[in-house]
Structures are given as structure tokens and as C-alpha cells.
Design a binder for this molecule. Structure first.
Ligand SMILES: [Fe+2]
Length: 345
């Protein structure tokens, strides 16, 4: 049995190469470094089997379609991920094999809804869920401090003490820790109840990272800034969120809203399906189709996507273009199907 775990960036923001018996997995690659990763894999004679993102990042640009093709491996993320370029969705407990090793996927929401930790060999890659002496912030969209407490205290801290912890970030030059060390000394969790943890996370008052809006919109949509005219934060914040059951009720009423689905065609007919009667206009076609869509400007419109991120941007574009009554399906088709509502494929 062979397993090599290596951090590749030597910066605050970490990318891991997992290698075993000629096969490799790249975890949390950073866009600007793709050529270096590619060279390294070639030099080592490793075949890249998977790219895994531990969550949707807000602080750096993730690998886009083109670079994913350059690396030549499918992208795996948890099924709560909003990102349309994901090739395979992961669920809690799923085994992911490479070489003679098997990664166990642990769904650990909190930093984001799609956060996972990856357990492999005697190690666990903790993403931004558990950091050395810290934990990932929970004030970004989809963050939830209570869930993070449950994930760390309830799950990670029950792994064997000697398990090596490899975080996605460290701002003090540290490389790894252990579960036992974190359980005994991590001040975020030490002697804290769940409520105390939630209160602590709510009072951190951290500044938002530079370019968070751009990073999130590009990462979540799978499109580049140039391909789509992304709406800015204040617009997005002004879009009313419509919960799935409420939308279902309105669709059955006298003046049903138009559902505008902004996912990719393959998602529209894919695993999650779509809402009956929904009009498909992928995110990157919205601008171009505005002259036609403007005919619906006086009608109530609810925009939908996978997880509610792309649709929030699209809804803001429509609102700016003069749509009077535009809402965003909260949580997207993930929330719609979770509510047990009917779909077509
Ligand atoms: Fe993060």
C-alpha cells in the first residue's frame, strides 16, 4: 500500500496532491498554477484520476472548464455544490478509489453547504472546515456555524487521535496537525457548547476577502466575467428569495409566475430535472436573449438554477433590465427536489 500526500502551493492557500500506485488526485487546485500541476504530474509519471474541490471557494478562482480539460480529469464535488462544471456529485460516506487507496468523503457543511473532508490513509484533508487552531468562517453565503460545530466536534473529533489533519488554509506557515492536537487545544472548540460556538462565529467580524464577489460568481456559475455580465452585490441583495413550497403554491394559483431556468441544457434534463413549464435560458445566453425576454418584463418571473447562486445573478440582470417582479428560487432545484416537489426531465 502506498500513499503520498503533498502540499503543492507553499502559500496560505493549499492544494494537495494525493498519489498512489501511479494514480493521483488533485485537491483544491488554484487556477493560476494549473500548468505547474500539469508539469509535476508529467515529471512524476502520475495519471490524474480526479480533481476534488473540498467546497466552493470564495477566495480564489477555481479551475474552469478549459483548465479542467487541460488537466484531463473529472471534477468531483459534493452534491450541494452550485457549480455546473462538476462531473460527479459526491455524497456522505462515498468511497473514491485511486491507486491502491480509497478516499472516504465526509460531508461537513458549515463553512459552505457543500463542504467535505476527505479521509485517506491515516490522514484527513479538512478543507476550510477545520483549520490548525481554528475553523473556516461561516458568514459566507450558505455558511452555518451550528452545522460546522456538529461536523467538527461530532465527526472529525471522533476520528483516531493520531489522524493527520491537512487544512486548506493556514496563515501562519504551519503545514499539518493531528485530530488529537486539535481536539485538545483548538481554541475555537475547546470547552465550548454548540450555542457558544455559534455566538463566537457570529461575533468574529472578519472583513470580506478581496474580490469575493467576482470569485464566487465565476466559481459558482462556471462562467468567466467576460462571458457573463455579472450583477453586483447590492442588486443581488435586493432580489426576493422564493422558497420552493411557496413557488409550488403560486404555480398552482391564478397568476403563476414564469419560471426561468438558467442552468446548462444537460442539467435541465439531468438528475434534478426541471419544473414543468420552465423556460430554459442558460446563464451565458441571458444578455443575448434579453431583447426577447423583455416581453415578460411585466410578468412575475422566478429564476431557478441548481443551488440558487447563478439564478441570483441572473435575477439581478433581469431586474436591472427592467423586470418589475423577479424572484430567486431559494436553494434552487436542490431545494425544490428536497421538498419532494414534482420535476420533469
Ligand atoms: Fe473556503
Amino acid at each position: 500500500m502506498s500513499l503520498v500526500i503533498e502540499e503543492l502551493n507553499d502559500t496560505n492557500c493549499k492544494t494537495y496532491l494525493l498519489a498512489s500506485s501511479g494514480e493521483a488526485v488533485l485537491v483544491d487546485p488554484v487556477r493560476e498554477r494549473v500548468e505547474r500541476y500539469h508539469r509535476l504530474l508529467e515529471q512524476r509519471g502520475l495519471r490524474l484520476k480526479y480533481i476534488i474541490e473540498t467546497h466552493t471557494h470564495a477566495d480564489h478562482l477555481m479551475v474552469n472548464r478549459q483548465l479542467k480539460e487541460r488537466l484531463g480529469a473529472p471534477l468531483l464535488m459534493h452534491r450541494e455544490s452550485p457549480i455546473p462544471t462538476v462531473d460527479e456529485h459526491l455524497h456522505d460516506g462515498q468511497p473514491v478509489g485511486f491507486g491502491d487507496q480509497q478516499i472516504e468523503v465526509l460531508h461537513t457543511p458549515g463553512h459552505t453547504a457543500d463542504s467535505v473532508c476527505l479521509r485517506v490513509g491515516d490522514s484527513v484533508l479538512t478543507g476550510d472546515t477545520l483549520l490548525i487552531g481554528g475553523s473556516g468562517r461561516t458568514d459566507f453565503p450558505g455558511g452555518d456555524a451550528g452545522s460546522q460545530y456538529d461536523a467538527v466536534v461530532g465527526r472529525l473529533f471522533s476520528l483516531p487521535d493520531e489522524t493527520t489533519v491537512w487544512p486548506a488554509h493556514d496563515y501562519k506557515g504551519r503545514t499539518s496537525s493531528t485530530i488529537g492536537e486539535e481536539r485538545r487545544t483548538n481554541p475555537r472548540f475547546l470547552d465550548k457548547t454548540r450555542d457558544q460556538y455559534v455566538a463566537q462565529m457570529a461575533s468574529l467580524g472578519l472583513p470580506f476577502p478581496d474580490k469575493i464577489q467576482e470569485a464566487l460568481q465565476v466559481n459558482q456559475s462556471g462562467f468567466e466575467s467576460g462571458e457573463v455580465a455579472f450583477a453586483q452585490v447590492p442588486d443581488v441583495a435586493a432580489i426576493p428569495e422564493v422558497e420552493a413550497p411557496e413557488l409550488a403554491r403560486r404555480l398552482g394559483g391564478a397568476a403563476p409566475p414564469l419560471i426561468l431556468d438558467v442552468r446548462e441544457p444537460e442539467e435541465f434534463v439531468g438528475e434534478l430535472g426541471h419544473i414543468e413549464g420552465a423556460l430554459l435560458v442558460p446563464m451565458d445566453a441571458i444578455e443575448k436573449r434579453l431583447p426577447k425576454l423583455i416581453g415578460y418584463a411585466d410578468r412575475a418571473v422566478v429564476v431557478a438554477c441548481r443551488a440558487g447562486a447563478r439564478s441570483a445573478s441572473a435575477a439581478a440582470i433581469l431586474q436591472r433590465a427592467g423586470f418589475h417582479d423577479v424572484g430567486n428560487l431559494q436553494g434552487g432545484m436542490l431545494a425544490w427536489t428536497r421538498a419532494g416537489l414534482a420535476v420533469q426531465r
